[in-house]
Design a protein around this ligand. Structure first.
Ligand code: DAK
Length: 295
């Protein structure tokens, strides 16, 4: 349904800015000069929005090493693409991602995991991507899937989505940040219960607990439309101001309040050195729409 709508209304563009057309309805990535991936799909549903769809349907989008490497590659390409202002990551109707790939992890020994620095590239999304990233979660977001959503800047979901950290049932604990990010987002008691019981929670809960900023009662199509619209709105502003906004909100997770407020003020001051501050304030005074230079 959504795919059909996409092919009619959306501008579909591959990650590589200069390459031409991708037919989203066919769910393939076969454009001349564009990058083709094994485990993800990439497209541009609106002119300034990058969309990554996790695409291992037979494994409920389990996050294999290949998938993480491809996701990081796509994110890097969107980072470098001047046209792209915000990114959405989604999965299928049934699963955003059912966790790290258990079948890939099961035979690992300490020495093999340590020697190859197994799943080290997971932190790329949280540490290296400066453009805003929205997780659009439908279905299962379990273990590393939940953690991937938590690494994004905003979380949108369907009310029926299923979140959880079931690692305790596998004899391990969360390894990609849930003990820290989930706890900061929903509080110690709830996070402790989720991590220690392995109980799941719903998208509706995620909204009520402040983990998700948008919760949609419909299915993945409705969710994705909202997430893409949010990403497009963010992309319509000055890229410099958006980067700075993301940076200061993230600082609130690391700095004490006094230092965080000081950091915000310094960055606010620095924006008076941009062309876009002049453009934005002049446009307001002249009652015009600002034409951002992104400088
Ligand atoms: N890995 C590999 N395959 C998976 C998978 C997973 N996480 N989840 C599902 N699959 C596969 C199933 O094996 C099955 O494959 P076939 O048997 O058909 O070959 C197929 O997907 C469909 O799954 P089901 O038949 O189980 O489907 P159901 O609808 O019956 O059940 C389910 C859906 C989501 C409830 C169930 O599949 C399930 O419980 N899946 C496992 C969920 C889970 O335990 N996730 C946590 C994994 S541990 C780190 C970074 C990350 C991590 C750790 C460290 N560092 C950076 C250090 C993360 C760890 C984890 O995520």
């Amino acid at each position: 349904m959504f795919a059909q709508r996409c092919s009619r209304f959306f501008i579909v563009k591959p990650v590589v800015p200069s390459a031409s057309y991708l037919n989203r309805a066919s769910r393939t990535f076969s454009t001349t000069g564009a990058k083709s991936y094994e485990t993800i799909l990439t497209e541009t549903p609106k002119p300034n929005v990058g969309l990554v769809t996790l695409n291992r349907p037979k494994a409920l989008n389990a996050l294999s090493s290949t998938l993480i490497a491809e996701l990081n590659d796509a994110l890097n390409r969107y980072e470098e693409d001047k046209d792209i202002g915000a990114i959405v990551i989604t999965g299928s109707e049934k699963a955003f991602a059912a966790g790290a790939d258990i079948k890939e992890m099961e035979p690992l020994t300490f020495s093999s995991a340590y020697a190859q620095n197994f799943i080290a590239p997971w932190s790329h999304l949280a540490n290296a991507v400066r453009k805003p990233v929205i997780a659009a979660v439908s279905g299962y977001a379990l273990g590393g899937g939940c953690e991937l959503a938590l690494m994004c800047d905003m979380l949108h979901c369907t009310s029926s989505a299923t979140f959880g950290q079931p690692e305790i049932k596998l004899g391990v604990i969360p390894g990609a940040g849930a003990s820290q990010r989930l706890t900061r987002a929903i509080g110690k008691s709830r996070a402790m219960e989720i991590v220690l019981t392995g109980n799941n929670f719903s998208g509706k809960n995620a909204g009520e607990w402040g983990l998700a900023s948008q919760v949609v009662d419909g299915g993945k199509d409705e969710l994705l439309e909202k997430s893409i619209a949010t990403a497009a709105k963010i992309s319509s502003y000055s890229r410099i101001a958006v980067l700075a906004g993301k940076e200061v909100v993230n600082k609130s997770q690391e700095l004490p309040l006094k230092e965080g407020v000081e950091y915000e003020r310094r960055l606010f001051h620095s924006l008076f050195g941009t062309k876009d501050q002049k453009i934005g304030m002049k446009a307001f005074s002249e009652k015009k729409k600002p034409e951002w230079s992104h400088e």
